[in-house]
Design a protein. Structure first.
Length: 252
């Protein structure tokens, strides 16, 4: 899913402001594909006007019926989630699938204007394929032999739980409540399809999906190689369920 602007003007999805403070300002964003996918690169979420202070990335393996954490994000992991702060580079072959909490993307960076929050996939691949990913055969061999490794990169749905907005490096200031909100301009998920269960897809589509502003498209690696095409970069446009073949973004 990408939203590249042809006109040069940035468009983004935005929540309401935190005018009801101290009531929490929280939002869930659900991405649904109605198929089983396997990550091939980092997930990147671009936030305008500050990255969340607290956020959780979750995934589902059964089309949204149950969810499990993928990664925790906070400016203070121990205080927020009772977890030590870690980076993927701290992991090794024995714990590459560990769900971690990172402070890398949540702390205020001042004038650097950092916008992107990542879920690191390539760094985990590098544990088995080397820093330049030259030994991909080694990675694929581990995926077949190491229990749970392939499943870790597999999903049917992704969900962002936005729990606390950016505060500009300070505590909540009541005079600035209208400046606290979430604004997402782009979500990039690169993945390939693994297996397709037609009956399951039809069942999920019959339940109905909720579509609003942004929608998802993906191209598998095999398709990209076959046609020699770069990544799709679709513009933002309203579309019905049938137009996207069952793929949806549910903005809550």
């Amino acid at each position: 899913m990408q939203d590249r602007e042809r006109s040069g003007l940035i468009t983004y999805w935005q929540t309401v402001t935190w005018r009801r403070y101290p009531q929490p300002l929280q939002a869930n964003i659900t991405l649904s594909w109605n198929k089983t996918l396997e990550l091939t690169d980092d997930i990147q979420i671009t936030f305008e006007y500050g990255r969340p202070t607290i956020m959780v990335l979750e995934k589902s393996l059964n089309f949204g019926r149950t969810w499990q954490p993928y990664q925790y994000y906070a400016d203070d992991c121990m205080d927020t989630f009772n977890m030590p702060a870690r980076r993927v580079r701290d992991l090794n072959a024995a714990n590459a699938t560990r769900v971690i909490c990172t402070e890398q993307y949540s702390r205020w960076v001042g004038s650097k204007n950092e916008k992107v929050v990542r879920f690191d996939v390539r760094s985990r691949f590098a544990i088995f394929a080397g820093p330049r990913l030259l030994n991909m055969e080694g990675l694929y061999t581990r995926m077949e032999s190491m229990k749970g490794l392939r499943d870790f990169f597999t999903f049917t749905n992704l969900r962002l739980r936005l729990l606390k907005p950016a505060l500009g490096g300070t505590y909540v200031q009541r005079d600035n409540l209208l400046k606290y909100f979430y604004a997402i301009s782009n979500v990039e998920v690169l993945a390939r399809q693994t297996t397709v269960n037609i009956m399951t897809v039809e069942s999920e589509l019959k339940k109905g999906v909720k579509l609003e502003r942004k929608h998802v498209s993906e191209i598998t690696e095999a398709q990209r190689d076959a046609y020699g095409q770069p990544r799709w970069k679709p513009h933002t446009f309203p579309v019905s369920c049938t137009d996207v073949g069952g793929k949806s973004v549910d903005w809550v």
